[in-house]
Design a protein around this ligand. Sequence first.
Ligand code: FPP
Ligand code: MG
Length: 313
Amino acid sequence: MDFLSALGTNDLRELENCLAQSISEDSFIKEICAPLIVGGKRLRPQLFFLCSGDAAPAKKIPLATALELIHTASLVHDDILDSAKKRRGVATINSAYGAQIAVLVGDYLFAKAFQLVAEGDYGSRVSEILSRLVKNLCVGEIMQDRALFAVPTLSEYYTRINLKTAFFLSTCCRLGAIVAERDDMEIENLAAYGENLGLAFQIVDDLLDFFGEENLTGKILGGDIKSGVITLPVIRALNQSGDAETLKKIIAQGNVSGADVQTAIKIISETDAAAYCRTRAEAHIDCAIMSLPDSAARFALEQIASFVINRKR
Ligand code: FPP
Ligand code: MG
């Protein structure tokens, strides 16, 4: 990730070591997980590190690693749900080894995360926040899964991306601030920054799913609509396009072909959907930056916000 080189290199080095160790207890787990672990942007640990400042490494590294492991576990399970073929530029675990192995690998990473948290002795407040995070991830995914090939309202879309993504980034900031023993006001402001950053992140993600470059996103274009996940670009295009009926039919048939994906991309790109999504994402980035308290990390957190809105991967 572009901003990484400028920030907290010691923390990041230790994070990479701890991640590598976390998958090294079993040679098969290591073989399967290494390519996936290597390709991550480390956005969640970065947010955690920036909000935790100069707290002791022993208080930072296990929890930062746990956050990245929970994220990776959720992606492994997400790829099963989406029947996704590529993640972070490599074959998904479900496509390379089958769904059974992928379920178990996701569970393993998830368990490893909670082992690190238990060993780090973070106490019940941190455990409660992490439990809420995972429950929200699951509820967001269940909501999405129960509404496949159905067009959500704007409010349903926002509820879903809040649970799936915004709450996660907010939690990374909150936990960092808690580990640094910041006051309640700072904790809430940093959490609000993370929440808005997360909303913008997911809106950009949903845009990249149609208009990104596969070699940069590491995913196959059109994956969302193919798996029935209807996102903001489609919601907007259905509202604006003269060809909305064709788009509606593609979604309603419940089986979206490669040609259908191309038609959907063409219909969406002929509307203002991309500009509309960007405007919304930018508004969340503005809110995120406005929430930032004055701190040594402010500049870096602004850089992350700028990365999120301009990212191509
Ligand atoms: C990616 O979103 C997926 C998520 C943000 C969350 C997935 C959560 C679960 C499967 C439940 C939790 C499971 C565990 C083990 C913690 P996306 O599909 O919008 O993005 P993508 O395009 O990168 O797939
Ligand atoms: Mg997905």
